[in-house]
Design a binder for this molecule. Sequence first.
Ligand code: FE2
Length: 338
Amino acid sequence: MDAIYNHMQPFLGADDASAMMRIAESLQSFGTYADEASSDGLGEKLPQRFDAAFNYIAHGIEGTGNADDTRTASHRTNYFRETYAYGDEVRAPGIEPFMQHSDLQDFARKVSGRSEIVPAIVYANLLIPGQELAVHTDVPEFRGANRKVLPQWLLVVMLHSGLFDAWRIPIATCVSWFGTAQGGAFTFYPKGPNGPREAIPAAHNSAIIIDTDKVFHGVERVSQKMPELPPIEKSARLHFLGDNAWQLRDGDTVLGDYDWSQIRYSISWKAYCFKDAAERDLWASGTDDLSVDFIVNRLEEALRDQGALTGERPEPTAFARLLVNQFVRFPAVDTAAA
Ligand SMILES: [Fe+2]
């Protein structure tokens, strides 16, 4: 089914758009996404988003099989992220009106078809020249199952399996872009993984609102003139130096200097979309929460029903890979647009 989405250009008033640049500067430095993600529980030897990472290494962003080696791929996709607001916790003062923006809530109602909208998080991503973001779907949530209690790839498997839809909390995501970096278009599959790939330029002060938990999407490479991307380990940080200057450092080692005009800057706003107050209250009460055993057993049963598993359940890493391979269908290689 085609996804409903809304593309907004311009998105905010000119002053409010500039204020978003100042908010990034006010945080002074951004850590890496890899540093944020932690791993525990099932398949603990695997990265949180191995579902997207393995597909990326095999096929690249274009789906044409031209990916880098694993190490370069991790530098290329280890972008920089900081949270601006999470629930009532504000980490970037000045973001509050954006978090509660009534237009965004109206668009979330339209995109989700649900009336009770609860803003959940606002965070920012920075990509330096040469970086891109693997095609993926975002981490969904279900009653009792979120990234605090389950590995991210398992939540993704749960969504794509369709077995837990009765517990799912749809999330509307607004991705907005600020600044003048070249490249870094938002690429997505609004007609599903078998439909054509489309792209929206990451133009200053524009935005899309869409269900990124269901719609595969990624970020095309941010243009680069320099020959190579520096090594970006999880301890690297991107620091704002003032006067439009950013510097990439790992400890005391300077890895690169950038102008604001080279940095791709996006802000993501996510809101829970409940069908009514009763569904919101059911979620908040925790009385209809899924348990880990129920989830894993139901998935295992489905694997057996589909003939993908016979005999004993394999060890956790192999089981995790089997689940992703069976239930997460990435966009087909031959549908990539030119
Ligand atoms: Fe995403």
